[in-house]
Write a protein of this length. Sequence first.
Length: 308
Amino acid sequence: MIFNSPKFSQIDGGIKRYVWENFQKGTFMDIRLDWSFKFVFRKKENLIPFLSVLLGEQIIDLEYEDSILLQEEAEDKTVLFDILCTFQDGRKAIVEMQNSWRDDMPERLCYYGACLLKKSISKGVKVYNKTRPIYVICISNFRFGVNAVAPEDKFLYRYSIREEENGYLFSNQLHFIVLELPKMRKIDVANMSPVEIYAYLFVKMSTFAEKPDVPSGYEGLLESAKLSKVSKIEDLENYLQAMIERESSELYFEHGRLFGEREGMEKKALRIAQELLSEGLSDELILRVTGITPQELSDLKARVEKSS
Protein backbone atom coordinates (compact mmCIF):
# COMPACT_ATOMS: atom_id res chain seq x y z
CA MET A 1 0.00 0.00 0.00
CA ILE A 2 1.24 3.48 -0.83
CA PHE A 3 0.89 4.64 2.79
CA ASN A 4 3.75 2.30 3.70
CA SER A 5 6.03 4.94 2.21
CA PRO A 6 8.26 6.68 4.80
CA LYS A 7 6.65 9.93 3.65
CA PHE A 8 3.48 8.99 5.56
CA SER A 9 5.05 7.29 8.58
CA GLN A 10 4.14 10.07 11.02
CA ILE A 11 0.53 10.48 9.83
CA ASP A 12 -2.32 9.38 12.10
CA GLY A 13 -3.69 5.99 10.99
CA GLY A 14 -7.32 7.13 11.18
CA ILE A 15 -6.70 10.04 8.83
CA LYS A 16 -4.83 7.78 6.40
CA ARG A 17 -7.71 5.30 6.31
CA TYR A 18 -10.27 8.08 5.81
CA VAL A 19 -8.26 9.67 2.98
CA TRP A 20 -7.63 6.34 1.25
CA GLU A 21 -11.32 5.38 1.38
CA ASN A 22 -12.31 8.72 -0.12
CA PHE A 23 -9.65 8.43 -2.78
CA GLN A 24 -10.85 4.96 -3.81
CA LYS A 25 -14.47 6.13 -4.03
CA GLY A 26 -13.63 9.15 -6.19
CA THR A 27 -13.58 9.67 -9.94
CA PHE A 28 -12.25 13.22 -10.05
CA MET A 29 -9.67 15.12 -8.03
CA ASP A 30 -10.53 17.90 -5.64
CA ILE A 31 -9.04 20.75 -7.65
CA ARG A 32 -9.18 23.08 -4.65
CA LEU A 33 -6.18 21.28 -3.16
CA ASP A 34 -2.90 23.05 -3.78
CA TRP A 35 -1.20 20.18 -5.62
CA SER A 36 -4.15 19.22 -7.82
CA PHE A 37 -4.89 22.88 -8.65
CA LYS A 38 -1.39 23.26 -10.05
CA PHE A 39 -1.51 19.82 -11.70
CA VAL A 40 -4.63 20.81 -13.63
CA PHE A 41 -4.08 24.51 -14.32
CA ARG A 42 -0.44 24.35 -15.28
CA LYS A 43 -1.82 23.16 -18.59
CA LYS A 44 -2.55 25.92 -21.10
CA GLU A 45 -5.67 24.22 -22.39
CA ASN A 46 -7.22 24.57 -18.93
CA LEU A 47 -5.81 27.91 -17.76
CA ILE A 48 -6.50 29.94 -20.92
CA PRO A 49 -10.29 29.39 -21.00
CA PHE A 50 -10.53 29.89 -17.23
CA LEU A 51 -8.68 33.23 -17.35
CA SER A 52 -10.66 34.27 -20.43
CA VAL A 53 -13.87 33.85 -18.44
CA LEU A 54 -12.54 35.70 -15.39
CA LEU A 55 -11.17 38.62 -17.41
CA GLY A 56 -14.14 38.78 -19.78
CA GLU A 57 -11.98 38.59 -22.90
CA GLN A 58 -10.43 35.92 -25.07
CA ILE A 59 -6.84 35.22 -24.03
CA ILE A 60 -5.04 34.07 -27.18
CA ASP A 61 -1.95 32.57 -25.61
CA LEU A 62 0.21 32.68 -22.50
CA GLU A 63 3.53 31.45 -21.24
CA TYR A 64 4.22 30.04 -17.79
CA GLU A 65 7.00 31.68 -15.80
CA ASP A 66 9.04 30.53 -12.84
CA SER A 67 6.63 30.86 -9.92
CA ILE A 68 9.43 31.71 -7.47
CA LEU A 69 10.10 35.43 -7.29
CA LEU A 70 13.63 35.60 -5.93
CA GLN A 71 15.07 38.37 -3.78
CA GLU A 72 16.60 41.36 -5.52
CA GLU A 73 17.88 42.89 -2.30
CA ALA A 74 19.13 41.11 0.84
CA GLU A 75 16.14 42.32 2.87
CA ASP A 76 13.55 41.26 0.27
CA LYS A 77 11.23 38.33 0.93
CA THR A 78 11.23 35.43 -1.53
CA VAL A 79 7.71 34.98 -2.91
CA LEU A 80 6.29 31.70 -4.21
CA PHE A 81 3.17 31.81 -6.40
CA ASP A 82 0.95 28.88 -7.39
CA ILE A 83 0.94 30.01 -11.03
CA LEU A 84 2.62 32.95 -12.75
CA CYS A 85 2.06 33.54 -16.45
CA THR A 86 2.47 36.20 -19.12
CA PHE A 87 -0.13 36.83 -21.83
CA GLN A 88 0.77 37.31 -25.47
CA ASP A 89 0.46 41.10 -25.10
CA GLY A 90 2.81 41.25 -22.09
CA ARG A 91 0.26 41.45 -19.28
CA LYS A 92 0.95 39.16 -16.35
CA ALA A 93 -1.26 37.13 -14.03
CA ILE A 94 -0.63 35.59 -10.63
CA VAL A 95 -3.15 32.81 -9.94
CA GLU A 96 -3.49 31.60 -6.36
CA MET A 97 -5.61 28.83 -4.81
CA GLN A 98 -6.08 29.72 -1.15
CA ASN A 99 -7.63 27.31 1.36
CA SER A 100 -6.84 28.96 4.69
CA TRP A 101 -7.96 32.43 5.74
CA ARG A 102 -5.41 34.82 7.17
CA ASP A 103 -6.19 38.23 8.64
CA ASP A 104 -3.69 39.77 6.25
CA MET A 105 -4.96 38.06 3.09
CA PRO A 106 -5.94 41.27 1.22
CA GLU A 107 -2.57 42.83 2.09
CA ARG A 108 -0.79 39.65 1.06
CA LEU A 109 -2.39 39.81 -2.39
CA CYS A 110 -1.42 43.48 -2.67
CA TYR A 111 2.14 42.52 -1.76
CA TYR A 112 2.21 39.84 -4.46
CA GLY A 113 1.12 42.34 -7.08
CA ALA A 114 3.57 44.99 -5.87
CA CYS A 115 6.47 42.51 -5.93
CA LEU A 116 5.70 41.55 -9.51
CA LEU A 117 5.29 45.21 -10.50
CA LYS A 118 8.66 46.02 -8.97
CA LYS A 119 10.21 43.05 -10.77
CA SER A 120 8.86 44.25 -14.11
CA ILE A 121 10.66 47.61 -13.86
CA SER A 122 14.32 47.39 -14.77
CA LYS A 123 16.92 49.23 -12.71
CA GLY A 124 17.63 52.70 -14.06
CA VAL A 125 14.31 52.93 -15.94
CA LYS A 126 12.47 56.20 -15.24
CA VAL A 127 9.43 55.65 -17.48
CA TYR A 128 6.93 53.78 -15.31
CA ASN A 129 3.94 53.80 -17.67
CA LYS A 130 5.57 51.30 -20.01
CA THR A 131 4.87 48.40 -17.66
CA ARG A 132 1.95 46.15 -18.57
CA PRO A 133 -1.04 45.52 -16.27
CA ILE A 134 -0.78 42.83 -13.59
CA TYR A 135 -3.69 40.68 -12.41
CA VAL A 136 -3.65 39.02 -9.00
CA ILE A 137 -6.30 36.28 -9.08
CA CYS A 138 -7.31 34.47 -5.92
CA ILE A 139 -9.64 31.47 -5.85
CA SER A 140 -10.54 31.31 -2.18
CA ASN A 141 -12.06 28.31 -0.44
CA PHE A 142 -13.29 30.60 2.34
CA ARG A 143 -15.24 33.83 2.74
CA PHE A 144 -13.10 36.95 2.57
CA GLY A 145 -15.59 39.00 4.56
CA VAL A 146 -14.00 42.31 3.51
CA ASN A 147 -16.98 43.54 1.47
CA ALA A 148 -19.82 43.84 3.96
CA VAL A 149 -22.19 45.67 1.58
CA ALA A 150 -22.07 42.99 -1.14
CA PRO A 151 -25.09 40.71 -1.71
CA GLU A 152 -24.86 37.36 0.08
CA ASP A 153 -24.72 35.43 -3.22
CA LYS A 154 -22.03 37.59 -4.85
CA PHE A 155 -18.90 35.45 -5.15
CA LEU A 156 -16.86 37.20 -7.87
CA TYR A 157 -15.11 40.46 -6.98
CA ARG A 158 -12.96 42.69 -9.18
CA TYR A 159 -10.86 45.40 -7.54
CA SER A 160 -8.68 48.08 -9.10
CA ILE A 161 -7.13 51.42 -8.12
CA ARG A 162 -9.91 53.99 -8.57
CA GLU A 163 -11.04 57.41 -7.33
CA GLU A 164 -13.43 56.85 -4.43
CA GLU A 165 -16.33 59.10 -5.50
CA ASN A 166 -16.62 58.74 -9.27
CA GLY A 167 -14.81 55.45 -9.85
CA TYR A 168 -12.26 57.03 -12.22
CA LEU A 169 -9.42 54.59 -12.92
CA PHE A 170 -6.32 56.05 -11.28
CA SER A 171 -3.91 53.41 -12.61
CA ASN A 172 -4.24 50.36 -14.82
CA GLN A 173 -1.18 48.69 -13.31
CA LEU A 174 -2.77 46.46 -10.65
CA HIS A 175 -6.04 44.52 -10.70
CA PHE A 176 -7.35 42.00 -8.19
CA ILE A 177 -9.92 39.28 -8.87
CA VAL A 178 -11.30 37.19 -6.00
CA LEU A 179 -13.52 34.14 -6.47
CA GLU A 180 -15.15 33.21 -3.14
CA LEU A 181 -16.16 29.58 -3.65
CA PRO A 182 -18.30 29.14 -0.47
CA LYS A 183 -20.73 31.76 -1.79
CA MET A 184 -21.45 29.72 -4.91
CA ARG A 185 -24.84 28.19 -4.07
CA LYS A 186 -26.44 27.56 -7.49
CA ILE A 187 -27.05 23.95 -8.53
CA ASP A 188 -29.01 24.42 -11.78
CA VAL A 189 -26.17 24.15 -14.29
CA ALA A 190 -28.46 24.99 -17.23
CA ASN A 191 -28.92 28.52 -15.87
CA MET A 192 -25.34 29.20 -14.86
CA SER A 193 -22.97 31.71 -16.43
CA PRO A 194 -19.50 30.46 -17.47
CA VAL A 195 -17.84 31.80 -14.30
CA GLU A 196 -20.58 30.15 -12.19
CA ILE A 197 -19.89 26.83 -13.91
CA TYR A 198 -16.19 27.12 -13.07
CA ALA A 199 -17.03 27.87 -9.42
CA TYR A 200 -19.47 24.94 -9.41
CA LEU A 201 -16.76 22.60 -10.76
CA PHE A 202 -14.23 23.81 -8.19
CA VAL A 203 -16.65 23.08 -5.36
CA LYS A 204 -18.26 19.87 -6.62
CA MET A 205 -15.62 18.19 -8.83
CA SER A 206 -14.48 15.61 -6.28
CA THR A 207 -18.09 14.51 -5.60
CA PHE A 208 -18.90 13.52 -9.19
CA ALA A 209 -19.12 9.78 -9.83
CA GLU A 210 -19.15 10.40 -13.58
CA LYS A 211 -18.78 13.27 -16.01
CA PRO A 212 -21.24 16.02 -14.99
CA ASP A 213 -23.80 17.39 -17.43
CA VAL A 214 -22.22 20.76 -18.20
CA PRO A 215 -22.09 22.71 -21.49
CA SER A 216 -19.26 22.10 -23.94
CA GLY A 217 -15.99 23.89 -23.31
CA TYR A 218 -15.08 22.20 -20.04
CA GLU A 219 -14.04 18.81 -21.42
CA GLY A 220 -10.31 19.51 -21.05
CA LEU A 221 -10.66 20.52 -17.43
CA LEU A 222 -12.76 17.46 -16.58
CA GLU A 223 -10.38 15.14 -18.39
CA SER A 224 -7.31 16.59 -16.63
CA ALA A 225 -9.03 16.32 -13.23
CA LYS A 226 -9.71 12.58 -13.47
CA LEU A 227 -8.04 10.57 -10.75
CA SER A 228 -6.93 8.13 -13.43
CA LYS A 229 -4.54 10.87 -14.64
CA VAL A 230 -2.62 10.54 -11.37
CA SER A 231 -0.69 7.56 -12.68
CA LYS A 232 2.84 8.20 -11.43
CA ILE A 233 3.67 7.07 -7.90
CA GLU A 234 5.17 10.48 -7.10
CA ASP A 235 2.01 12.27 -8.28
CA LEU A 236 -0.20 9.89 -6.30
CA GLU A 237 1.85 10.49 -3.15
CA ASN A 238 1.63 14.26 -3.67
CA TYR A 239 -2.14 14.17 -4.14
CA LEU A 240 -2.69 11.97 -1.09
CA GLN A 241 -0.37 14.22 0.92
CA ALA A 242 -2.50 17.22 -0.10
CA MET A 243 -5.65 15.38 0.98
CA ILE A 244 -4.08 14.49 4.33
CA GLU A 245 -2.96 18.07 4.95
CA ARG A 246 -6.48 19.31 4.24
CA GLU A 247 -8.10 16.74 6.58
CA SER A 248 -5.52 17.40 9.32
CA SER A 249 -6.09 21.14 9.01
CA GLU A 250 -9.86 20.77 9.24
CA LEU A 251 -9.55 18.55 12.30
CA TYR A 252 -7.19 21.06 13.88
CA PHE A 253 -9.51 24.01 13.29
CA GLU A 254 -12.56 22.05 14.45
CA HIS A 255 -10.72 21.13 17.65
CA GLY A 256 -9.73 24.76 18.07
CA ARG A 257 -13.31 25.93 17.54
CA LEU A 258 -14.69 23.48 20.08
CA PHE A 259 -11.92 24.32 22.54
CA GLY A 260 -12.65 28.01 22.07
CA GLU A 261 -16.36 27.49 22.69
CA ARG A 262 -15.63 25.44 25.79
CA GLU A 263 -13.09 27.96 27.03
CA GLY A 264 -15.60 30.76 26.43
CA MET A 265 -18.29 28.99 28.44
CA GLU A 266 -15.88 28.35 31.30
CA LYS A 267 -14.89 32.02 31.45
CA LYS A 268 -18.53 33.04 31.40
CA ALA A 269 -19.33 30.63 34.27
CA LEU A 270 -16.49 32.08 36.37
CA ARG A 271 -17.65 35.61 35.66
CA ILE A 272 -21.18 34.73 36.79
CA ALA A 273 -19.79 33.01 39.87
CA GLN A 274 -17.88 36.18 40.78
CA GLU A 275 -21.04 38.26 40.44
CA LEU A 276 -22.97 35.82 42.66
CA LEU A 277 -20.17 35.96 45.24
CA SER A 278 -20.47 39.72 45.38
CA GLU A 279 -24.19 39.29 46.04
CA GLY A 280 -23.39 37.14 49.08
CA LEU A 281 -24.94 33.90 47.80
CA SER A 282 -23.91 30.59 49.34
CA ASP A 283 -21.17 28.40 47.89
CA GLU A 284 -23.64 25.56 47.38
CA LEU A 285 -25.96 27.71 45.30
CA ILE A 286 -23.09 29.18 43.22
CA LEU A 287 -21.74 25.71 42.42
CA ARG A 288 -25.18 24.49 41.41
CA VAL A 289 -25.99 27.52 39.22
CA THR A 290 -22.63 27.87 37.41
CA GLY A 291 -21.36 24.27 37.25
CA ILE A 292 -17.83 25.26 38.26
CA THR A 293 -15.85 22.96 40.56
CA PRO A 294 -15.30 23.58 44.30
CA GLN A 295 -11.59 24.12 43.58
CA GLU A 296 -12.39 26.75 40.92
CA LEU A 297 -14.68 28.52 43.38
CA SER A 298 -11.98 28.40 46.06
CA ASP A 299 -9.41 29.86 43.64
CA LEU A 300 -11.87 32.55 42.57
CA LYS A 301 -12.48 33.54 46.18
CA ALA A 302 -8.73 33.80 46.76
CA ARG A 303 -8.28 36.06 43.72
CA VAL A 304 -11.19 38.29 44.76
CA GLU A 305 -9.87 38.56 48.31
CA LYS A 306 -6.37 39.37 47.07
CA SER A 307 -7.60 42.12 44.77
CA SER A 308 -9.84 43.74 47.40
